[in-house]
Design a protein around this ligand. Structure first.
Ligand SMILES: Nc1ncnc2c1ncn2[C@@H]1O[C@H](COP(=O)(O)OP(=O)(O)OP(=O)(O)O)[C@@H](O)[C@H]1O
Length: 838
């Protein structure tokens, strides 16, 4: 009780403090009974009230003025020469003609007749702008700017219109008339007119600062340009990028919209008064800071002046560099328009949806008796072990049904988890998976395969609204979740994928699904694939799109790599590409490929300095186990390097393997692939290797898969795409106009490079250091040089060749390190001296 009292007191104190704060802001003088006002008014309310008053005045005043022009003759006799008080309380009680009564007649007479004439109506505009800003938070224009424009316009138009007072009275008001009379008296009629015209021009220039020269140039050039622009227009039309999405609106299927709450918007709308106050105080603080800053600069200046009095000491202040205006910066964009990377293949068309087959399965058929049977069996089995259930719910997916159970209070979750095999036995089904508890739901899930699984066709996934409207860099649609939702993810966010699954469980179909997703969404300028296929048959279909979408090493015949030694060269070449791209990013002062490309499109990067539009590169390696077996560290090292660093520069790896054992998926690889996909594997150990947990061994195969992205593990039914469909898509793309060749990767000179090519006179500047590193470590490898001297692959390879040519190391020996022919550093020094290299 005492505690409660204490709380109440604190709350009271807080309220009092708040009231005091708001009253001090409004500076309401403290008077007796003013406490009521203090409590009720705060800055926000005052603002609203003032806003409403301004808006009301704006409308009232405008109507009064308009009415004045129809009624002034009738009302003028009564208003003229009277103060407001006199006029409102005069004895004559007859109504006036003005639509807005006596006050309307008086105020319009005051403003139009006695003051500024017609231009007085601008006061209504002034009130409108201020009122809408205060009440409706509508920003029509900057208040200071509006006040400057309005006041100058009111005065000037009054004088200008006063010029015609002899013909139409009231136009310029008494003010305009009197000024004109005075001007005419002193400058003559024409002189007065000229004076008014010139002041008008000066006012216009001060307010709007028009670019008169540009206007003149445009005026001159207009006639000659007219004909030129016509032809240019035709030219632009011809070049327009027509890579239209050929999927018709009606083909796009929409999923049930899930309720999404846009927190940010709500927060914005519902900014409480306190927050607003805080916001305003913040503004005040920040302006305070700038004031402080200017103070210090002026202090500094004073100090400088003091110093410059000293004869021996001169102070030079660095000139501030000139900054380009936004207009100048964007000059290139204005001149040429934004850079369009797709221009070279501007008529490229994305594949139409009709190329995909419909395998049905849009609607899930719910077999009620099956559901009932399964439910009864689950309840029964659990009942046998004295586990009571308080609720059970089934969600039917394309191939699996999820039974969610809430056990009675006091039941241990681990007890249910241990009954996995017993439940599987009672349901007589393969692939039962128990998720205890389902993260974020507070229930236990039992996944039971349907007796009649539905096939999920790739067509339905591609035409899903989610995929079609996905605003992602590399959107991938792979399948449907257990709740029949299409799952779309951005490959750039993954950022690499490890795919594993025993043979025949749907891995190749899955890889095709990834490829097809990207092909259905991206232009050849935006993405390139590096395809590695040691099995030689899986990816050959994509040969047809070589000149559109594939990347390869210079001088290679086939873009699809099947030979292990070429894989090593390609991976190393990708490392060089990565280093090059990082260098370009550094020069462009951006952090990732998206920002870089955006800057390039906005023509802020100079192609003459080596800048170029960077396509994403997706490296797809099928059968990674085979590569590791044959090339070992030689592939592991560049892959780990790419996986660690390549994310920001747009190289993404998809590595697939049949054998997810620890010697294939090593710790180094695993650590760098946070996103993993598991199709069915044969043992719990394999599942643990790929997913760090069991589950993949309990899948039912045929495209049933688990995708793990860090913490989340989602079960999906992978979309099915058959080889003829992939073939047709590739045909469609392949038959369109293509680039002259595949995207060229940088050249890689490997450790097995031809030493005959070495130029003995052009030794690398790091040659001597390289030789010392090799001799000290007695290990002849380029990767050692790379690590120790922080060199790129290309350069380290070149130094190795030069070392071989100078007889410091022996020839290339496959995956083994080269033999070092110099015993120690003393011998090396002698050798280098004898060759004149020291
Ligand atoms: N998503 C799917 N939906 C339905 N059936 C599928 C799906 N994925 C695969 N299958 C079936 O499984 C078969 C084998 O698939 P796939 O060729 O992809 O296996 P794999 O794991 O790549 O095998 P391997 O490693 O031997 O190449 C397919 O021919 C198809 O019948």
């Amino acid at each position: 009780m005492a505690k409660k009292n204490k709380l109440v007191t604190k709350e009271d104190e807080r309220q009092e403090k708040k009231a005091a704060k708001s009253s001090s802001k409004l500076s309401i003088p403290s008077f007796k009974g003013g406490n009521f006002l203090k409590g009720k008014l705060n800055k926000n309310k005052t603002r609203n009230i003032l806003g409403a008053v301004f808006l009301l005045f704006s409308v009232y005043f405008l109507l009064a003025c308009i009415s004045y022009f129809f009624t002034w003759q009738a009302d003028q006799d009564r208003v003229i020469g009277k103060s407001l008080w006199e006029f409102l309380f005069e004895e004559n009680a007859d109504p006036v003609e003005n639509w807005l009564g006596k006050f309307g007649a008086w105020i319009s007479h005051l403003f139009i007749y006695r003051w500024f004439g017609v231009s007085s109506m601008l006061f209504s505009f002034v009130a409108l702008v201020i009122g809408s800003k205060l009440l409706l938070r509508l920003h029509i224009m900057k208040i200071s700017k509006m006040l400057a424009i309005s006041s100058i316009s009111i005065v000037w138009f009054s004088i200008f219109l006063g010029f015609f007072a002899a013909h139409i009275s009231n136009l310029g008001g008494t003010f305009g008339y009197e000024i004109n009379e005075w001007l005419k008296l002193n400058l003559g009629g024409f002189g007065a007119f000229l004076f008014v015209a010139i002041t008008g021009f000066i006012g216009f220039v001060i307010l709007f600062n028009p670019n008169i020269q540009a206007f003149m140039v445009r005026l001159k050039g207009e006639a000659s340009e007219e004909t030129a622009s016509k032809t240019e227009e035709e030219h632009i039309n011809a070049n327009e990028y027509e890579a239209v999405n050929t999927i018709r609106e009606e083909d796009i299927t929409e999923e049930k919209p899930s309720a999404t709450i846009d927190l940010t918007e709500e927060e914005e709308e519902e900014m409480t008064e306190e927050e607003e106050e805080a916001f305003e105080t913040l503004e005040i603080i920040s302006t305070g800071e700038t004031e402080k800053q200017t103070d210090t600069t002026s202090n500094n200046k004073e100090k400088e002046n003091d110093l410059s009095d000293d004869e021996d000491f001169s102070v030079e202040i660095a000139e501030t560099e000139e900054e380009l205006t936004d207009k100048e910066i964007n000059r290139k964009v204005e001149e040429f328009g934004e850079y369009d990377p797709t221009l070279e293949l501007s008529s490229y068309k994305l594949p139409p949806i009709d190329l995909m087959k419909d395998y049905g399965g849009k609607q899930i058929n719910v077999d009620k008796s099956e559901l009932e049977n399964n439910k009864n069996r689950i309840v029964e089995t659990l009942g046998n072990y004295n586990i009571e259930i308080s609720k059970i719910k089934a969600t039917v997916g394309p191939t699996v049904t999820l039974y969610e159970i809430i056990p009675a209070p006091g039941v241990r979750i681990s007890k249910i988890k241990n009954l996995e095999d017993d439940i599987a036995l009672s349901l007589a089904a393969l692939g039962i998976r128990i998720i205890a508890p389902i993260p974020g739901k507070g229930t236990i899930g039992i996944e039971v395969p349907n007796s009649k699984p539905e096939m999920v066709s790739m067509r339905s996934l591609i035409s899903s609204e989610k995929f079609q409207n996905a605003d992602m860099e590399l959107p991938v649609v792979m399948g449907k979740t257990i709740t029949n939702e299409t799952m779309v993810f951005d490959l750039t966010k993954m950022p690499h994928l490890l795919v594993a699954g025993a043979t025949g469980q749907g891995k190749s179909v899955g890889l095709n699904a990834i490829m097809i997703s990207i092909l259905y969404k991206k232009h050849p300028a935006q993405v390139k694939f590096v395809l590695v296929d040691p099995k030689k048959v899986e990816l050959t279909l994509y040969n047809k799109i070589e000149r559109h979408f594939l990347a390869k090493l210079p001088g290679e015949e086939d873009a699809i790599i099947t030979d292990t030694s070429k894989v090593v060269a390609t991976l190393n070449s990708l490392c060089i590409e990565m280093d090059d791209r990082y260098e370009l990013l550094k020069e462009a002062h951006v952090r990732n490929i998206k920002e870089y490309n955006q800057k390039f499109i906005n023509r802020k990067l100079n192609p003459e300095k080596g800048h170029r539009y960077m396509p994403y590169i997706v490296v797809l390696i099928d059968e990674f186990a085979d590569l590791i077996m044959t090339a070992g560290k030689e592939v592991e090292h560049p892959i780990a390097r790419l996986a660690q660093l390549a994310r920001a520069i747009g190289i993404h790896l998809i590595v697939a393997t049949q054998r997810p054992s620890v010697n294939v998926i090593t710790g180094m690889i695993k650590a760098n692939f946070p996103a993993r996909i598991a199709f069915r594997v044969l043992s719990k150990i394999d599942s643990r290797t790929i997913l760090d947990g069991s589950g993949a061994d309990q899948l039912i195969g045929r495209g049933d898969m688990l995708i793990s992205t860090g913490n989340d593990l989602t079960r999906l039914q992978c979309g099915f795409v058959d080889t003829p469909e992939v073939d047709e898509v590739c045909d469609f793309i392949g038959n369109q106009r293509a680039y002259p060749s595949a995207y060229e990767l940088p050249e890689y000179v490997g450790e097995g490079g031809d030493s005959a090519d070495v130029d003995m006179d052009d030794l690398d500047s790091m040659f001597v250091e390289g030789a010392r590193v090799i001799v000290t470590h007695q290990q002849g490898s380029a990767s050692l040089l790379q690590r120790k001297l922080k060199l790129g692959y290309n350069r380290a390879g070149r130094i190795v060749d030069q070392l071989e040519a100078h007889g410091i190391i022996g020839p290339f020996k496959g995956s083994k390190a080269r033999e070092v022919l110099v015993q120690d550093e003393i011998q090396l020094e002698e050798l280098l001296k004898s060759k004149g290299l020291l």
